[in-house]
Every structure is written in structure tokens, then in C-alpha cells.
Design a protein around this ligand. Sequence first.
Ligand code: HEM
Length: 538
Amino acid sequence: GAPQTRTPTGAETGAPTTANGQQGAHLTTAQGARLRDTDHSLKAGPRGPTLLQDHHLREKITHFDHERIPERVVHARGAGAHGVFTAYGTAEQVTRAGFLKEGRETDVFVRFSTVLGSRGSADTVRDARGFATKFYTDEGTFDLVGNNMPVFFIQDAIKFPDIIHAAKPHPDREIPQAQSAHDTFWDFVSLHTEAQHHTLWNMSDRGIPRSYRTMEGFGVHTFRLVNEAGATALAKFHWKPKLGVHSLTWEEAQMLSGMDPDFHRRDLYDAIEAGAFPEWELGIQVLPDTPEETFAGIDLLDPTKIVPEELAAVQLVGKLTLNRTPTNFFAETEQVAFHLGHLPPGIDVTNDPLLQGRLFSYVDTQLTRLGGPNFSQIPINRPHAPVNDMLRDGFHQQAVHAGVAPYRPNSLDGGNPFPAGDDEHAFLDVPVTVTEAPKVRANPASFDDHYSQARLFWLSMSPVEKEHIIRAYTFELGKCYHQAIKERQLQSLANIDPELCAQVATGLGLPTPEPTVPLADVTPSPALSQVGGEWPAD
Ligand code: HEM
């Protein structure tokens, strides 16, 4: 017969997380008492009432009653996989991070997700996709919590609850369940015009990926790298899929939502189990760390802006291979907890006001979602580096901590675990200067440019991509009940590109407004097109 090429599923390998609850050949209670029968409750005679004394019945039903935990407040629908990251060594000049040194292999877990739909929603809806990677490095866990789009709707984390309230289903009817086709979404993005660039990405083919395997990923924010010598650089992270970037057509996405709402997770797991391991290369755009934190006039702290690849090449620094499906969806994909603050030495944050708020939000939500402060002890969240902390007690504590002195230094428990002098493996807070400035609730003036990069994206599209974008806006806006919202959004489109606006306005049967800002003079970036190459003028 044909050789067996199928990769065993995580569940078939039995690895690696079944320590509790499945030992021994006999079915038992949670206390280890062997059972004779799990199909009949204890009753007063075959036709009598059920007896309260039936501990097994009550244990079984009580535990079941508490099986569900809250779904994530965003990115509830997702699929994860295990893999390995192999470093090329090409980042060694700019970061001291050990896992990026040549040849280093690091275990990873990746979770892909949609943003807006609930846990049971369809995979192929129009939405951004999460691309979150946990690197279990031997210098501590590094989480790169990105999306398949390089920009975000808002510039300041304080607006995150607002954009999500606007984009989630309407509070009264709870529709639409997972798409952008509704009044509150378009109300928000037309009133908060900084959202126009990200919205354009959502309306493009990037909003309906063909497969997780054919998505790019982006860290979005600018990070700060520091090398062995202490020199710093600013950087943006990119994931480049080896299979190229591909999308579904709208018609395919619509059909698949009905025929196979699990299309993306099935595709991911089938590929891995067939031995066709998905691969991405990790790339960085390295940018000088100047006091202005700008590059080619682009404010690097503004998460609604990209740096075109033509201006700063993406340098490839390693390869990610996903090669193992999870053993258990709940234990791994559902319980995994990512956090931007999980950084290894050599990678640090910047003052991007969206990033700063995210540093607070993830742990905060996980305290509720995962039931208290000890979720880093859940197997999928355990670092692969040794842990020696002074965190104690709390709900769901699994550790039996030894010693009497969880404070440092002490004279009772072995003193001080900090080695003398510089520890090259210890995290380094880059001592950037914090400007002395008055407290303000304000953005830098550069954040006021809401249209130039949306225009850059539009002008970089191939003719067929433009056609898809026009149809997407027309369909999605066509679903709005309020004409004033459609008209306000058309105004934003006019400020991006009059031709785009005219086409959508015609589709909606509405007049085409004039631009209210000067059209930005931008050079298209062919790298933004999924098709690539240069496009003749329309
Ligand atoms: C979850 C990406 C902005 C709050 C996620 C996830 C991703 C992600 C990929 C899913 C993680 C998983 O698979 O478990 C991003 C990106 C952002 C962004 C790329 C912007 C660049 C924000 C902001 C906030 C926020 C500004 C809040 C201020 C959350 C929360 C979760 C989440 C609360 C759920 C986490 C959990 O329950 O484990 N985000 N996000 N995100 N994000 Fe963001």
C-alpha cells in the first residue's frame, strides 16, 4: 500500500498535557474511587426519585455545568497550532535576543483568529485576523501579538472599547454576528476618520483570506531593539507566508460561510496532518532610533501608518513551521494567554499610545477569563525557561512553594538570586529619555493625517483588487439603514480617492461629494498588492 504520510494529530500522539485526569485503566471519580456504572443515577427503585446521596451523579453534572469559561472579549473565534521557529542569525546585529541567534530553535504556539465574531461564528467572514505567536524562548516567553493587517483602527488604546462596541453586533438585536455591514461600525469609522486606513484594508481582499497559511502577519506597532553593545534601533515585525498571500473572492467566502463555517481551521489542521506544514518567515524593518521617532516623515508611534517596504526592506530573520495540531482545543487554543509585555531581553516597547494601553488590557481580561492570577501555570502558558518568582497563593494555585521568605533579599531562604554584575540573559529596560512635558490628553499633530496612507494603499492596488474594494464598500454600506452614515462615509472615500468614492456612490445611488482635504501626493507601494508588480494607470 501507499506509504503512511499523514502526521498524527496532537490528540493521537497523546502529547504532552494529559498528566491529570487520565491515568490508570479504570474509570474513577475525581477522587480516584473506581466506578462500576456511569450511565444510571442512584434511585429509590427503578421507577423512584433520584437520591441526593449520589455523589458520582452530582460530581459529573456539577463539573459539566461549569465547563464553559467566558469567550475572549475580542478574537473569540480562533484556531491554534504548535511549531518551531528557527533563527537565521541575521538579527544578531540589532538585538541581543537569544532566540534570534543563528540556528537557534524555539518551540512556538500560534493562534489565528477573527476579531469580531463569537466563538461559534464562521471563519470566512470579512474581518481582520489575529496572528498571535508565543515563542517559548529560554530567556522567557516572547509573545508577538499581531494581526494580518499592518495598521489599526485607532491611535490610542482609550478608544478600544469604543471601536469594539461599534463593531460588535448591535446591542438590541445582536446582528450582524461577525461582519462590518452595519450602522454602528460605519458610524464609528466615518466619525473617527483615523480608522479609514484600516477600514480600507478590511474592505480589500485581505479581509477574506484564502487560508491562515496564506496570510501575512504584522506586529503593527514599532518596537525598540537593543543589541549586545546597548545600541538601539526601532523595528516593525512582519510574517511572510511561504505560500504567498491569497484571498477568497467574496462569493467564495459567502458560500463557505454556509457550507463549511470551519473552513479555515479545517484547512490548517488538514494541512498539518497531511504533512504540508505551513511556513512563514519572520522579517523586521529596521529603522534608526532617532529622537523624533519618525522615518521618511512617517510617525513611527502612529499605529495607523506603515513604512512602505520600498523605503525600508523587510529583512528575514527566521522561519516558523507549524507541525503539530493541539491535543485538546480547550486546554491549548482556548486557554492560551498572550500578552505584549511578554518580552525577551533585546526587544522592548515604544510609546505608541495604542501599544501602551494593550500592555494593561491583556492580563486584566485574562484575570477574569482564566479565573484568577495563576493562569501562567496552565500547561500551554508555562514558560519553557525556568521560573523562580515570588508570586504566591491565589485561586487555582498549582505549585507547592518551598521556603519561608518570598522576598528578596532575605537571610533565611538562600538570599539573593540576582547574579553579580551584568547578566546578558536578564531583561533590559532600554533607558530612553522620557521628555519632561506637561500632562495632556492630546495626540501629536502628525496623528491628524488620516487619509494619505489610505490613498497610498488604494493607489497600490491592481485593477482587480480595486474592483473588489469598490464592491465591498458598496455591499457593506448598502446594508446600513441610515443614509446620513453612508453619506458621511462617502465623504471619507472622497478624501481618499475621488474615483473610489464615485464608484461606490454610484453603487449606492447617492451623489458623489467633493474632497474636503487636499489629496495626498503619494508614491504607490507595489508590495501592498497581493498580485504584485506595477499597475498601469486606470
Ligand atoms: C486579543 C491583536 C489592539 C485588547 C487579541 C488577539 C490578538 C490581538 C491577535 C487574540 C489573542 C489570542 O489569540 O488569544 C491586537 C492587535 C492590536 C490590538 C494587533 C493593535 C495593534 C488591542 C487594544 C486592546 C486590545 C488596543 C485594548 C486596549 C484585547 C483583548 C483581547 C485581545 C482584551 C482578548 C485577550 C484574551 O482574552 O486572552 N488582540 N489587538 N487589543 N485584544 Fe488585542
